[in-house]
Structures are given as C-alpha cells and as structure tokens.
Ligand binder design. Structure first.
Ligand SMILES: C[S@@+](CC[C@H](N)C(=O)[O-])C[C@H]1O[C@@H](n2cnc3c(N)ncnc32)[C@H](O)[C@@H]1O
Length: 376
C-alpha cells in the first residue's frame, strides 16, 4: 500500500478514536464518584493526618528569591534566554546555588504505570502524538527521525514506532528515539523492547540538553513530562526542541497538566472515566506505588515557584511570540463535565523560529563535544 493511503487510513482511525475518547472524558461526575474521592481525601489528610513533607523554610526562600532572578512568565524567560543564552544560564546556576532544586523521581515501571496509562485521558495523549506524526509523515522521502522525551517505559515512543511501521513499512527509513532522565525507566523501556519486538533506541539524558545536531529531527514528543522540569529551565527545553527540529518539516507535540490541575481534580477525572479499574483492589495496590510521588509533586507545585505548572496561555505565547513557531492545534481536556486539566500543543518550527534561536543555537553548538552529541 502507498504511504499516502496508509497514512489516510491511520488518520481516519485516529480521528474516530479521538471522538470516542472525548465522549468518555466529557461525562459528568456522579454523586457517588465525587463522594468517593472526597472521602478518600478526608481519610488520608484529615483522619490519618498524612501530608507530604515539604521543607517550608526552603520553599519560602525559593518564593522570595525566584522573583529576584526570573520574570513571572515563561514567555519572558524564553525571550531572555534567546537574547543572551550565557547570561540566562549563569542566572539559572546562581539561583540553583541559593535555592537547590528538589528532584522527584517518577518511576514508570509498566507493572503499575500501565494501570494509569489505560485511562482515556492518557489514551487521548496517544491520539495527539499519532496526529502529530501524521501531520508531517508524508513531507519528504528523507529519513524520518523522531524523539520522545521523558519517555518513561517508552509508551509514546512505541506509539510513534507503530505509526511509522504502518505508514512507511520498508519504503522510508526511520529511527525512533526515547530518552528519560531516570536510568531505571530507561532500563525497563529497553527490557520491553525484546518483549514487544520493538526497535526504539532508548538512552538516558535530561530534556534540557538534547544530544542531537541542530535541524535533524522530524518529530519531537513530550507527554506529561516537561511539567516535572523546573520552571526556570523550561526555556532551555523549548529552545532545544526548536534547535533539533528540522526547518523543513519539524513538528512537536507536548502534553502536560495545566494551571487547573490539582491532584483532586485529576482524581475526579480518573474516577469519572476509569473508576471500575480503580475499584479493583489489585489495581489500587499497583497504583498506590505512584501515590507518594504524585502527592509530593502536587504539594511542590503549590509551594515552590520553580515547580509551578505552566498555564496554557503563557505556553501558547512562548511558542508563538518568543519562538515564532506555527501552532497546528491546541487541545484542552476534558472539554465538559469538569475543569480542563490537560493541555496539548502541536506546532511546527518555521524559518522565523530558526532566526529567533540563532544565538541560542550557537551557544549550544559550542558545547556539543562536552555534551557528547549523537550522530544520526
Ligand atoms: C509522568 S511520566 C510520563 C512518561 C511517559 N511520557 C508517558 O506518558 O507514559 C514523566 C517522565 O518524565 C521523566 N522526566 C522528568 N524530568 C525529566 C527531564 N528533565 N529530562 C528527561 N526526562 C524527565 C520522568 O523520569 C518520567 O519518566
């Protein structure tokens, strides 16, 4: 089958799936479901008195210091990085010396993480990534290189691989990469390769320093991961994406919890769409492995400015006004039945993007030897 036919067939299937997922996500919360979430919160926080431990003095110091170093908006931070990368890097180092960042490991072992990723809100992420792939997969005959950052056990990298297999078959060369900061996640991703017969190339790196030459990738994806990147480092992450994407056909898809997200709102969504899975005691036990880290992240995002979630409008402005990218689509979900707690951004880099990041690109390229970039 020609690649165009294969892409059109996959596009039709994907769009159908998207409609069904929105229908499920837009259901209202029943009285029973809300009461169950509220009762569990009351039991956990009020009766058992459990609260994630946060260093309140350090959080107070970070709140006071952050505003001395950084502007409030991601858009302005990004502009500052692009106009003087050395100065912005120095500022970041100085801030982190006075306010050491709090790292939280996010384990994604498939034995429990698959329970979470079976939720419609996560399946919608898969649909958006596939649509991003389909938006440029027929753009040329050249090799297609894609990178999934914050890949965890490689869920989205394999979604891209699966789509590439269906559309390209043996007709076009492609390589899919998956990278994550946590070594143990990359180990489980590699182990799964054998089980699934997958050929994704996994490696460990920080999303703020992508080890690929400029202008090489057709697709970059980050699902539910860049919110774990410290707020003042997010400009590096965005500029890196703009640098490695090809000016010919480069497209990126980013999904994240947005400014409306609290752990409680998140649980309302999960309860609405997936409560039967969660009422299964085996799944409850599996999912609680992540409970501790999610509670910690939720508390940090409220207490520390370097952990604050990015709001949809600020992200849109950063992409369009600071980075001059062209938005393909912006999604928020759920659309009805509760607060939209997720945002998805699909965009392409333009010639103006490459111009806007000229200084930054030179800055990064001067470091390629010490960062051990890969050749592709
Ligand atoms: C919530 S999980 C999402 C995993 C995967 N994208 C998915 O949707 O199934 C977040 C992932 O981001 C990774 N991560 C967090 N900070 C990162 C960073 N600075 N660079 C690369 N990966 C990072 C975590 O280790 C974790 O695997």
């Amino acid at each position: 089958m020609e690649t165009n036919d294969a892409a059109n067939k996959l596009l039709a299937e994907t769009e159908k799936k998207e409609i069904l997922l929105h229908e499920r996500l837009n259901q209202p919360l029943t009285f029973f479901q809300k009461t169950l979430v509220d009762a569990l919160y009351a039991l956990y926080f009020d009766v058992l008195g459990k609260k994630p431990r946060i260093d309140e003095d350090a959080a107070h110091h970070a709140r006071k210091t952050f505003k001395k170093y950084f502007p409030e908006k991601l858009e302005t931070m990004t502009e500052q990085l692009l106009s003087d990368p050395e100065a912005y890097k120095q500022k970041t180092d100085e801030f982190e010396k006075t306010c050491p960042p709090v790292f939280v490991d996010f384990p994604t072992d498939p034995s429990y993480y698959r329970v979470i990723t079976s939720d419609p809100s996560r399946k919608l992420q898969e649909v958006l990534t596939r649509l991003a792939f389909l938006s440029n997969c027929n753009s040329s005959e050249k090799p297609y290189y894609a990178l999934d950052m914050g890949t965890g056990y490689g869920r989205m990298a394999r979604i891209i691989e699966d789509a590439a297999k269906k559309v390209f078959g043996n007709k076009r060369k492609y390589k899919i990469f998956g990278m994550d900061i946590l070594e143990s996640n990359i180990e489980s991703a590699k182990k799964l390769n054998t089980e699934l017969g997958s050929r994704v190339i996994f490696f460990t790196r920080d999303m703020n320093q992508i080890p690929f030459p400029s202008d090489t990738l057709s697709l970059v994806n980050t699902t539910d991961a860049s919110y774990l990147n410290f707020r003042h480092r997010r400009p590096f992450y965005l500029a890196e994406i703009a640098r490695v994407l090809s000016s010919r056909d480069g497209v990126c898809c980013i999904t994240n919890p947005n400014e409306n997200t609290t752990l409680k709102e998140y649980n309302y969504v999960m309860m609405r769409t997936n409560y039967q899975a969660y009422l299964n005691p085996i799944n409850i036990i599996k999912a609680t492995v992540l409970g501790k880290c999610s509670l910690h992240i939720d508390a940090l995002s409220k207490a520390r400015p370097d952990w604050e979630l990015t709001c949809t409008e600020d992200m849109t402005n950063s992409l369009t006004r600071a980075l001059k990218t062209e938005i393909i689509r912006i999604d928020n979900w759920p659309k009805k039945g509760g607060l939209p707690i997720y945002s998805g951004f699909t965009f392409r880099v333009t010639k103006s993007t490459k111009k806007a990041i000229e200084k930054y690109t030179l800055f990064r390229e001067s470091k390629k030897a010490e960062d051990e970039w890969f050749d592709i």
